[in-house]
Design a protein around this ligand. Structure first.
Ligand SMILES: NC(=O)c1ccc[n+]([C@@H]2O[C@H](COP(=O)([O-])OP(=O)(O)OC[C@H]3O[C@@H](n4cnc5c(N)ncnc54)[C@H](OP(=O)(O)O)[C@@H]3O)[C@@H](O)[C@H]2O)c1
Length: 277
């Protein structure tokens, strides 16, 4: 399994497990927890969740999935912008910890920027670090100008990652955001790396994948992973999907395959505003 290294020096696997839309129906919790658990068995030991997902339901699924194996897992959760005040951030974090039945969140992200000042949210993150409730913090859905503003604000340089929409059909971040993060030694976490499954029906991708003997979605994941400093967090609630995704982590792309993918999904030729799902 490839890895990425956070600015603080901690190394994590470059493929983790997403949880959006998990925890929405009580009857699915066990199946979803089993899928996450299988991912952990296979070495995808980063779980990405958020207080928003299933209104806390996804964090409850995570709690089931990590039962008896907390130490194996690097857990990411996120605070909603409307909770991200100085006190609200701390309260939201405590509720997330309780739902997951854990003492510490490994990486806590601001889900996207809202009305509260970044200075307040960062001060709350730093306090959560001091009290041991989180180990690292970062942001999500921040474009380059927002990363610049953050890095110039008090303690803003302690940010460990930016989680953004990135996949073959959403390459705008390659223009300036990925280079900005690389120059700050900050890994980027690619969310919706499968475009929520829609990449499976892209004809060009299907053709290149079948010539290589892999599925279109495996190729899409492998493509994201060949870039240094990028990690992926595909969500899969079916065991066979988790297993297929793990295999994608070991696929090497040939130069001609990368060229063919560039033709079908061209890189940006200028600045595009950050896309969000
Ligand atoms: N920070 C943010 O604002 C933000 C926004 C969006 C997402 N995220 C995070 O990123 C994670 C991933 O993004 P996402 O959930 O939007 O979409 P995604 O990972 O691109 O796609 C998930 C969909 O693909 C399907 N799938 C997964 N592996 C597959 C495979 N091998 N073959 C066929 N289908 C497969 C899943 O099906 P099954 O579930 O049925 O297996 C699910 O329907 C989220 O879960 C969340 O943790 C963060």
């Amino acid at each position: 399994m490839r890895t990425v290294t956070l600015p603080d020096g901690e190394t994590v696997p470059a493929m983790g497990l997403g949880t959006w839309h998990m925890g929405e129906r009580l009857g699915d919790h066990d199946r979803e927890a089993r899928a996450l658990s299988r991912g952990l068995d296979l070495g995808m030991t980063v779980i990405d969740t958020a207080e928003m997902y299933g209104r806390g339901g996804a964090e409850r699924v995570v709690s089931k999935a990590i039962e008896g194996r907390r130490d194996e897992v690097f857990i990411i959760s996120k605070v909603l912008p409307h909770n991200a005040s100085r006190h609200g951030t701390i309260e939201a974090c405590e509720k997330s910890l309780k739902r997951m039945g854990i003492e510490t969140i490994d990486l806590y992200l601001l889900h996207w920027q809202g009305r509260y000042s970044l200075t307040d949210t960062v001060a709350a993150f730093q306090e959560l670090k001091r009290t041991g409730k989180i180990r690292h913090w970062g942001v999500s859905n921040f474009d380059t100008d927002e990363m610049e503003a953050l890095s110039g604000s008090p303690d803003g340089n302690k940010c460990q990652t930016n989680q953004v929409l990135y996949n073959l059909s959403r390459r705008g971040v390659e223009w300036d955001l990925l280079p900005w993060c690389a120059s700050h030694m900050m890994p980027v976490m690619a969310y919706s790396p499968l475009e929520q499954g829609r990449l499976a029906s892209e004809e060009a991708l299907k053709t290149i994948a079948s010539a290589k003997g892999v599925t279109a979605l495996q190729l899409a994941l492998a493509w994201c992973l060949q870039r240094d400093g990028v990690m992926v967090i595909p969500k899969a609630s079916h065991l066979e999907h988790v297993e297929q995704n793990r295999v994608a982590g070991d696929i090497e792309l040939e130069v001609e395959e990368i060229r063919a993918l560039d033709c079908a999904f061209p890189p940006p030729t200028g600045k595009r505003s950050l896309e969000i799902l």
